[in-house]
Design a protein around this ligand. Structure first.
Ligand code: N2P
Length: 349
């Protein structure tokens, strides 16, 4: 009997192997960008616990990966697609093992083999969206749909928050001036910098906020408008019981961006990271993700499970008219130094 019980115990314990170490996955991601139920479901399915750390700007994320040990601390990061070439060049992320991510086929063709990451060697799409203005439409029912409400002192109407995201805020100014948001012309960038500095110094300015900060200020009534991303705007619009808030893409145009999943170079558990990437690319999980983030899904299988109201909501999925005014945000290679200089100058004055 004893022998039988002992054998059974050994068998159940995995033939006497020491119990497996608790499996964990450290994720680094923008704030308010993951339904907490998703990691809970993933843990129930796989036994892997997801520890979520958040950031509010690409600048903060890059500094963490580059100088603060982030590339050996995190297993998975969700970052702007435009930063992928830089992260590869700086050897901060590793190649993905596609054989462990069969659900990658759920992605829309648009996000497969993209220019920022040929062959998707290092990244797979997470969500995509636009840059625009969240504003109080009760106070400003006829708000001019123009970046001029920030950049033209004659057109400023209410108090505003600028976005603490270098490429997005300078991109908006470049577009207002009629230039490309990916300009590498030093003179155009200087002009854009002057505009942003002027906006910062305006009596109507409520300063810079990273990530969800601007939408939180508008939602709390601490500012009349803010430069934000559409999903965060939609969350604020839907949470505002009085229906006072709206989102617009200025008539001069704006930026369209995508965020992607990457595995940091020295990730402690790259296997778990691949498992979670594959889980997030599942149709059900992908639909759940976009229902929570209020951003558009790059996952065509997931989109089939999303409510019609979401797919037809132009804040979430820009209409062809809006799309025609949007410019894809691209990386600018070594010219990013120009952006950094102009941005540092604005922030320090
Ligand atoms: C969600 C932030 C979206 C990231 N709070 C924009 N790239």
């Amino acid at each position: 009997m004893c022998i039988f019980l002992c054998l059974l115990t050994l068998l159940l314990a995995g033939c006497g192997e020491p119990p497996a170490a608790p499996r964990e996955l450290n994720l680094y991601i923008w704030s308010e960008y993951l339904d907490p139920q998703i990691p809970a479901n993933f843990a129930a399915k796989t036994g892997i616990k997801v520890n979520v750390s958040v950031y509010e700007s690409s600048e903060e994320m890059l500094a963490k990966l580059q100088h603060a040990g982030g590339s050996s601390q995190y297993d998975l990061a969700v970052v702007s697609n435009m930063l992928v070439p830089t992260l590869v060049q700086l050897k901060l992320i590793q190649a993905l093992d596609h054989s462990r991510i069969p659900n990658r086929h759920n992605l829309d063709a648009l996000f497969l083999d993209p220019a920022y990451d040929p062959g998707n060697h290092h990244s797979l799409a997470y969500q995509w969206g636009t840059v625009g203005l969240l504003y109080n439409k009760t106070k400003f029912p006829d708000l001019e749909p123009s970046w001029g409400v920030l950049f033209d002192p004659g057109k400023q109407q209410g108090s505003f928050v600028l976005i603490d995201e270098m490429r997005d805020q300078l991109g908006a100014a470049l577009i207002f001036l009629g230039h490309s948001a990916n300009s590498t012309d030093p003179e155009q960038l200087r002009q854009a910098g002057q505009l942003v500095l002027g906006a910062k110094k305006s009596a109507k300015s409520r300063g810079f906020e990273g990530g969800v900060g601007g939408k939180n200020k508008v939602a709390a009534g601490l500012a009349d408008m803010a430069v934000v991303w559409n999903g965060d705007a939609l969350k604020a619009i839907e949470e505002n019981a009085k229906g006072e808030l709206a989102y617009l893409v200025p008539r001069e145009g704006s930026l369209i961006w995508a965020d992607v999943m990457v595995v940091p170079a020295q990730a402690p558990s790259p296997g778990a990271a691949h498992q979670f990437i594959d889980y997030l690319l599942d149709a059900q999980a992908g639909a759940q993700l976009s229902r929570f983030t209020r951003y558009a899904s790059p996952n065509k299988a997931a989109r089939q499970l999303l409510p019609k109201e979401d797919l037809e909501n132009p804040v979430l999925y820009p209409s062809p008219e809006i799309l025609s005014r949007l410019e894809y945000q691209r990386e600018v290679g070594e010219h990013v130094r120009l952006y950094d200089e102009v941005w540092t100058e604005i922030k320090s004055r």
